[in-house]
Design a protein around this ligand. Structure first.
Ligand code: C2E
Ligand code: MG
Ligand code: MG
Length: 318
């Protein structure tokens, strides 16, 4: 690069820094604007990033800017599709929900967003049904900051009824942080969901505050073991062999969940050898890139669902 071009580029970068990128147009035309902005105008102030994400979220609420992807859960015994997890995405952006959900929580937007996700997931089930597919349960994540939405269970019941779907096709994934934040509201939510017949799954087990104690009194039908715990348990020692202690811990957690009459789903499974070990330990379901990344709803029938047997019409084969 010649010197002149280099100094122009440098001057542009400095200009960008001094301008503060919040002055840039919000409808930046790249698929992941934040990446490019970060590259061109290094962002040093976290609030600027937060403000930008918040703008994107508010726009998505107003203009149907969210979409939901679905990741398959596979039954370890049969190898068949056991269900799906609904995972939120911002249309046309590569921003991870692990980044934008906390921003939405801090801004008090999760009540609205939580309902949007549930609506989309239920609509998707009706869509798959219309395509003649055998339906499997879809689980939707629930953030602790949605606890203020006291009508949530009733909202789900009404939606399911309107769509003529059994409540057994919808599950709610919660983390135990829900009990730490607002115990009373959480207990009320559990009883409301139970009344509607919607099962609760305990998500991210093995992270954060994870305590075995919660397993005993959380009314969850299923426990989802987090990738970090899986990787910690199935780690290799210096000699290349799998840690014996890790394997003992993993099989004990699975056995304990079963003793408490809960099914166990292991998340973040990426390799065939992990699948084999988990099957050997009696794990119920597996979710992970080994079986597939989250996909748009329209792709799911082709990839994972089987068609319902066509009904024999009376007299047709006489
Ligand atoms: P989560 O609920 O624990 O979802 C599982 C995450 O692990 C997903 O990330 C999924 O893509 C990722 N994952 C699954 N299998 C593998 C694997 O084999 N390897 C690796 N490296 N990752 C795997 P995603 O979609 O980015 O979501 C991140 C988190 O954002 C979710 O974690 C959940 O806490 C939150 N989230 C996503 N959608 C929603 C939503 O609609 N509402 C709420 N409240 N939170 C959501
Ligand atoms: Mg989840
Ligand atoms: Mg999880």
């Amino acid at each position: 690069m010649n010197n002149k071009l280099f100094s122009i580029l440098l001057a542009l970068l400095n200009l960008g820094r001094s301008l503060n990128f919040s002055m840039l147009p919000t409808d930046f035309p790249f698929p992941d604007p934040f990446f490019f902005r970060k590259f061109l105008f290094p962002v040093s102030v976290p609030e600027t990033r937060e403000r930008w994400i918040l703008k994107a979220l508010r726009r998505a609420i107003r203009k149907d800017g969210f979409t939901v992807f679905y990741q398959v859960k596979v039954d370890c015994r049969t190898g068949q599709t056991a269900g799906f997890e609904a995972l939120l995405r911002l249309k046309g952006m590569k921003l991870s929900p692990a980044v934008f959900i906390p921003v939405a929580e801090r801004a008090g937007l999760m009540e609205r967003i939580g309902r949007i996700v549930a609506e989309k997931a239920i609509w998707q089930l009706t869509q798959w049904r219309e395509e003649g597919m055998e339906l499997c349960p879809v689980s939707v994540n629930f953030s602790a900051s949605q606890l203020c939405d006291q009508g949530y269970a009733g909202f789900l019941r009404d939606l399911l009824e309107q769509c003529h779907l059994p409540s057994s096709l919808l599950k709610i994934e919660i983390t135990e942080s829900i009990l730490i934040q607002e115990r009373e509201a959480a207990v009320k939510l559990f009883s409301d969901l139970e009344e509607v017949g919607i099962g609760v799954h305990l998500d991210d087990f093995g992270t954060g505050y994870s305590s075995l104690r919660y397993l005993t009194f959380l009314p969850s039908e299923s426990v989802k073991l987090d990738k970090t715990l899986l990787d910690a348990c199935l780690r290799r020692e210096m000699d290349g062999k799998l840690s014996v202690e890790g394997k003992i811990l993993l099989s004990d957690i699975i056995r304990m969940a079963h003793d408490l009459r809960k099914t166990i789903v292991v998340e973040g499974v990426e390799y065939a050898w992990q699948v084999e070990i988990l099957k050997g330990f009696g794990c119920d379901q597996i979710q992970g890139f080994y079986y597939g990344q989250p996909q748009p709803g329209a792709e799911i029938p082709r990839l994972y669902l089987s068609r319902k047997q066509p009904r024999h019409l009376p007299g047709l084969f006489r």
